[in-house]
Write a protein that binds this ligand. Sequence first.
Ligand SMILES: [Zn+2]
Length: 272
Amino acid sequence: MKSEKVITVFDTHAHLDSEEFNEDRELLISRLLCEHEVAGRRVFVSGVLIPGTDLLSSYSCVEISLCSSNFYAAVGIHPNSDMGAIDSDWLKIEKLAERDEVVAIGETGLDRYRNITPMEQQVEVFCRHIDLSIRLCKPILIHCRDAWEDILPILRKSRGLTGVIHSFNGTSEQAREMIDRGFYISFAGQVTYLNEKFAELHEVVKTIPEDRLLIETDSPYLLPHPFRGKLKRNEPSYVIKVAERLSELRGESLEQISQSTTKNAQNLVKKL
Ligand SMILES: [Zn+2]
């Protein structure tokens, strides 16, 4: 039998505004605010950071964050979002970002995998987020998919920028460079996958200093093993599976992982 001890976790990336939660969002939120069971383990979600993906999503994230002091909002335009109305939307994002409830800028970044928006425009919009993050002293939440060669030169020129590389899926050299730049490395469901494809990522997990480590679900996406293929969507408390996997890979106790990642997340979202 598993221990009855409650494990406290902080999910640093969950799209609670996403339509996958439309039918039962209130129920999910009330569940999230109490300790509950996930696959035989008692879990308490002490924090959820909710990143915006476009203007409407960013408004929703702020609204959801008002439900509880455990919820935090970020605002931004995802590189795969529709950038049709970018100029007028951006002015509103800038205004929204100034609000006290907004603790971070994003989700932003570059994506060559889906390549929906031309790279030039992705870069232009990403740079607006960088400037805003530096100007407001709020951390940036970066999505980087198959775009390290594009993103690193930009980050090298962005002095004073810090934040999170979310759903990290790069090499240990890339992780090291980001850590040296003051970033946190956040791991999602991929670390729980057992396929050979993720073997290198499992090695990267072992190299991250304890004070730079974060965990996330990227809900409703990236269901962790063993829920992948069995459940319809991911939820913030399933981040316990990412914590368990980090504990296994790093040879640290689950309590230690939950404590360090929660403390790091609290430092990240500290309101000014
Ligand atoms: Zn995301």
